[in-house]
Design a binder for this molecule. Structure first.
Ligand code: GAP
Length: 451
């Protein structure tokens, strides 16, 4: 498990994540994803979309605008109630979220705190040129409401039968009082949300189904079982509209915290929007000839929190030949670069051959070419960014037209004909063991691991 400082430092050093507006001193709780971070995030979102939309007959996608009619937030209850209690320390003037304060004293200096006052977390702005109350709009604090207000549109256009779900990935904004812990709690972040509509009475069963599905999604992408757990909310902890809620918690570097929440939101949201908009948001069940308001199961995950969990879980240090090897053991599906092509040296005959190999490989996988520094150092660099396989082009390649493939996790190497390279890499990226050789392949003692 990584400590947070090491993780933040690796992310900056290797181009995963930068502080927003860094050259101006930084913007608190906002982060920029660099060349590797953007690929990681895309892979996480792709894995989520594939598992929850493309691979299922009962799901469709949606992409709503961030700015919505103000009435949406009145109906959902956010305008009135999406608030955190805020307390100031009278001595050191630090601000605290009421939930983070125990014993009524400032957690930093022990000073006296002001009475809690409620602070709405929605960012406000104005639509149009006039900055007046009537032009107020909010940046959405969750993607979920866009799904509820499009329920009838999706139902009418897809003719889906219950149970079915609508999925959305997109930005959300919250003016968080306390921030920190890197990308764990940001003011601008991305959510991956599902609203799964079911017949009332079948909701408990579907709630259980989605808790299991979502837990397994993280495990299937390599998160260690000992770092993931489910936490059921007690009846007193539940939001007023929820019948049940379970969090998927991860053992982040700062301790166990929420990674994703799965809630049974009942028919609360559809009923609220029906009442406020005057539109009927019901479902006609052709099997029973009944019309009713569906119940909703909502698995709601954060892309940034998932990225932090995957990075923290993958981080590893080990000693190899007396040196520390830092390796990100990212699952191959979410690793930003799948393959790196490395000529053994910058020799004028090797470089064109290595470029030729890279040209062939990059058509099949996100790949990188690197011919700087010693081969050992380049292995380390790829280990540190989590590249599952490196391919080395050496002087023998010019004779036998074969290259070596090195596996990041085991550092095992095999030698394969160039003609077999793309196919072999594809099978390895699909999970084939390194020991399985293609035609003409053989085991290889390996190039120097020292940097
Ligand atoms: N629609 C339900 C909803 O938004 P939530 O528990 O407030 O529920 C769901 O948020 C998920 O969104 C969280 O589990 C977390 O992964 C992510 N999330 C929420 N606030 C966040 C923040 N300030 N920064 C990063 N991720 C956040």
């Amino acid at each position: 498990m990584a400590d947070m400082d090491k993780l933040v430092s690796l992310c900056k050093r290797r181009g995963y994540i930068f502080q927003s507006s860094e050259i101006y001193g930084g913007m608190s709780a906002c982060w920029d994803y660099g060349p590797l971070g953007v690929e990681l995030k895309r892979n996480i979102k792709e894995a989520w979309w594939n598992a929850n939309v493309r691979d299922r007959d009962d799901m469709v996608g949606l992409d709503c605008s961030i700015l919505m009619h103000r009435a949406v937030w009145a109906a959902s209850g956010h305008e009135e109630g999406f608030s955190d209690p805020l307390q100031d320390c009278k001595a050191c003037h630090q601000r605290w979220r009421g939930d983070d304060v125990t014993g009524g004293k400032c957690p930093a200096c022990g000073g006296e705190l002001t009475e809690p006052r409620m602070f709405n977390l929605m960012f406000k702005t104005f639509a149009g040129p006039v900055e007046e109350e009537a032009a107020t709009v909010y940046l959405r604090p969750e993607t979920a409401q866009g799904i509820f207000v499009n329920f009838a549109n999706v139902l009418d256009t897809t003719r889906k039968r219950l149970p079915f779900g609508i999925a959305q990935i997109g930005k959300a904004f919250r003016n968080e009082i306390t921030t920190g812990n890197f990308i764990f709690r940001c003011r601008e972040f991305e959510q991956m949300e599902i609203e799964y509509f079911v017949k009332p009475g079948s909701d408990d069963e579907w709630f259980k189904f989605w808790v299991e599905q979502r837990y397994n999604w993280y495990i299937n992408l390599g998160i260690k079982k000992e770092n993931l757990k489910l936490r059921e909310h007690s009846k007193e902890d539940l939001a007023h509209y929820a019948r049940a809620c379970t969090d998927v918690e991860y053992l982040f570097p700062m301790g166990w915290s929420e990674l994703e929440g799965i809630a049974n939101r009942t028919d609360f949201d559809l009923k609220q929007h029906a009442e406020h908009s005057g539109r009927e948001l019901t479902y006609f069940d052709p099997e029973t000839n009944e019309r009713y308001v569906p119940y909703v199961i909502e698995p709601s995950a954060g892309v940034d929190r998932a990225a932090l969990a995957f990075l923290a879980d993958a981080y590893d240090e080990e000693t190899v030949k007396g040196e520390t090897r830092v390796v990100l053991r990212l699952h191959r599906d979410i690793a930003p670069v799948k393959v790196a092509i490395l000529p053994l040296s910058k020799n004028e005959k090797l470089v064109p051959k290595a470029r030729e190999v890279h040209t062939a490989v990059r058509k099949c996988f996100p790949s990188m070419y690197d011919d700087t520094q010693s081969i050992g150092r380049r292995y380390r660099r790829q280990d540190e960014i989590g590249t599952p396989y490196t391919v080395t082009v050496d002087f023998d390649t010019l004779e036998d037209n074969a290259v070596t493939i090195r596996e990041r996790d085991s550092m095992k190497q095999i030698r394969v004909p160039v003609a077999e390279l793309a196919g072999t890499l594809q099978r390895k990226l699909d999970g084939e063991a390194m020991e399985v050789l293609p035609p003409g392949g053989r085991y290889w003692s390996g190039f120097e691991e020292e940097s």
